[in-house]
Design a protein around this ligand. Structure first.
Ligand SMILES: Nc1ncnc2c1ncn2[C@@H]1O[C@H](COP(=O)(O)OP(=O)(O)O)[C@@H](O)[C@H]1O
Ligand SMILES: [Mg+2]
Length: 231
């Protein structure tokens, strides 16, 4: 398993909002993490990334416990988060965004350096000099995706990457995610409101409700089971 959460609890202040969260993801696999607003999906990703501490349980990466490892260490090992609401620098150009992140992550032998990112996402190559914040939502989301894969990612966590995107762009973004995972063996956790599209892409579906995992299985099993009342 590349990423494993075992009995994880986390929260804010006095409030614990997720508990007993367990999931496991193999290299190259795509896991759709679903559930209504407030179910605890973002909190789960933040805990895996180390942005907030786990109050119970263990986070494992490639078989090693990383529960108390600093965020930068997790990034260096290949765990990446595309945060809810886009993690880009709006005042920098596209090229500056890419170079700032690439500087710390793309050494010799990296899976994705700036040149390969521009090849994969030509829309960014055309807009190298454009101020990132002035681009369309779809283009900004492509840039956020580019920043998430720079270097050598081993597990991408994408928090609602399709929000605000036109349907054709959602399709294109999901196709890029699939390509990165299938061609490079990168695993992905995909948090989505777009339930049907996410299920179509995923190998595994985990549904959360009220801070707990209420379903874990294949997309086929999710469709067959009566899980729709969780949305
Ligand atoms: N920074 C925060 N401070 C306090 N409560 C929070 C914070 N972020 C989220 N919450 C609460 O934690 C619960 C889970 O939220 P979240 O993980 O964002 O759910 P989801 O991503 O599934 O919509 C919600 O009840 C939400 O109000
Ligand atoms: Mg969220």
């Amino acid at each position: 398993m590349i990423l494993e959460l075992a009995g994880v609890a986390a929260g804010y202040g006095a409030k614990t909002v997720i508990s007993e969260v367990s999931l496991a993801l193999a290299p190259g696999q795509i896991l759709a993490l679903l559930g209504h607003n407030g179910a605890g999906k973002t909190t789960t990703l933040k805990t895996a990334m180390g942005l907030i501490p786990a109050r119970a349980g263990e986070v494992r990466f490639d078989g090693t416990a990383i529960t108390r490892l600093p965020v930068a260490e997790r990034v260096a090992r290949g765990l990446r988060l595309l945060p809810e609401g886009r993690g880009i620098f709006p005042d920098l150009s596209v090229a500056e965004n890419i170079d700032v992140v690439a500087a710390s992550l793309t050494g010799k032998g990296a899976m994705f350096d700036p040149a390969s990112v521009y090849r994969l996402l030509p829309v960014l190559a055309e807009r190298r000099a454009t101020r990132a914040g002035s681009m369309s939502g779809g283009q900004q989301q492509m840039l956020a995706f580019a920043l998430a894969i720079l270097g050598t990612p081993r597990c991408l966590m994408l928090d609602e990457p399709s929000i605000g995107l036109a349907p054709n762009l959602v399709e294109r973004l999901f196709a890029q995610v699939r390509d990165v995972c299938r061609a490079h063996g990168v695993a992905a956790v995909l948090v989505e409101q777009n339930v049907a599209a996410a299920m179509a892409l995923a190998d595994q579906v985990v549904i959360m409700n009220n801070g707990k995992v209420v379903f874990d299985g294949t997309p086929e099993a999710a469709r067959a089971a009566n899980v729709w009342h969780f949305f």
